[in-house]
Design a protein around this ligand. Sequence first.
Ligand SMILES: Cc1cc2nc3c(=O)[nH]c(=O)nc-3n(C[C@H](O)[C@H](O)[C@H](O)COP(=O)(O)OP(=O)(O)OC[C@H]3O[C@@H](n4cnc5c(N)ncnc54)[C@H](O)[C@@H]3O)c2cc1C
Length: 455
Amino acid sequence: MSTSNNRDARSPARRQWLESGLAGLAGLAGLTGMTSLGLTGCASLGPSIGTSIGNSIGPSIGPSIGRVVVVGGGFGGATAARYLKLWGGNVDVTLVERHAQFVSCPISNLVISGQRQMADITLGYGGLQAVGVKVLRDEVLTIDANAKKLRLASGGELRYDRLIVSPGIGFMLDPVAGLAAAIDSGAVTHSWQAGPQTLALRRQLEAMPDGGVFAMSIPKAPYRCPPGPYERACMVASYFKTSKPRAKVLVFDANPEIASKKALFERAFKQHYAGMLEYQPNAELKEVSGRLAKFDFEDLRADVLNVIPAQRAGDLARSAGLVNVNQRWAGVDWLTMASTAVPGVHVLGDATFSAPAMPKSGHMANQHAKVAAAAVIQLLKGEAVDNSPVMTNTCYSFVSAQEAVHVASVHQYDQAEKTFKTVAGSGGLSAEASQVEGRYALGWASNIWADMLAG
Ligand SMILES: Cc1cc2nc3c(=O)[nH]c(=O)nc-3n(C[C@H](O)[C@H](O)[C@H](O)COP(=O)(O)OP(=O)(O)OC[C@H]3O[C@@H](n4cnc5c(N)ncnc54)[C@H](O)[C@@H]3O)c2cc1C
């Protein structure tokens, strides 16, 4: 894989931008994942499993203890590949990712509002190579779990002792008539996988006349990043306030109410965007024709139509037989992240059937990855895995150009119920939006990008 154009988390330009987000942090403990966001109610990115895996984990010298292939270089896969090397130096780790660079969904709503550029959310895989991960730019077509090998789009095969897949999401387009064609033609964007779709939505907003209508449709939960759509609505409205003050933002939500940080978003809608932003619950999109959106109660022609489709586990999870819950998600053994459908394969991130109150977030995928990396090293060594892991989640959302809010939670493995449950009294929500949290949000992003990709 070429890394010549890759942006490095440590480059001077990136450092300058990141520092603007780090200014308010109480502590930054380096790039090894043990960063502290310094916020009341917010947990560190470092997993508590670090304490219980004790002496068994850590770089060591000697022959390889096994071959691990990781598929998907997003939040789950990149973190897993990096921590397999950091904690188990003599594990042979190959990451297979179809794209040349990582493009972050977190902060992508700020690209859509024009406050950031694509380059600010694009990072390379050079850091992973620096810690000893073999990075292969390719697409995995099939998994043969019996023979423990993968078939690649380039024609090659890869063998593994353990396989970790973090393939992200796939879209369920069929329930909305005409949606697949509208997205294919470029008339409608989803912008729910960062990359060309992010830029396409930004360009449409720039081209939209003042007085035009931006409409967005939110699918029924569960979907990737529960607060993400409401952040997007705020950021588009924030752009309109300064550049197209007569424009409208119409939010059609298939859910009965705002799915995350409800009171905080309601306050932001009223305080910053009254008269510009209208929110409609129980509004399920039925059909799309060009930029005409049809609901049971009305047909609406938008100037810019952004439809976030319903979601399921990514295609590879389906084709590999990993999807075994509600025909949508991959079930896992939460102690190891091992698939409950296919032996020897571990599944991370948005593709999994979430534990109770566990959101589909980049932060959560990062935590899944650390539990999996530790467990895979221990399984390869024939050791017992940690039986009481803890995971954390922190999710920031911008509600205006400068201000953000957060939600945080702590999830403890419950041995009786064999799943993660939230720890009573942990975590919480911002009392109100603030510019300080806006800086923390940027700091969070820089920290987690470093935690998954730094060399
Ligand atoms: C607008 C928006 C804002 C968000 N904001 C936040 C936030 O503030 N905080 C937060 O925690 N989360 C946020 N999220 C959610 C976060 O982006 C996802 O939860 C996270 O990306 C999930 O990680 P993942 O590893 O499961 O999937 P991904 O990060 O999507 O990674 C999947 C990777 O697998 C690769 N892949 C898939 N199939 C194959 C194959 N067959 N062969 C090779 N490669 C393959 C893909 O190319 C991709 O790189 C946001 C999401 C959106 C859309």
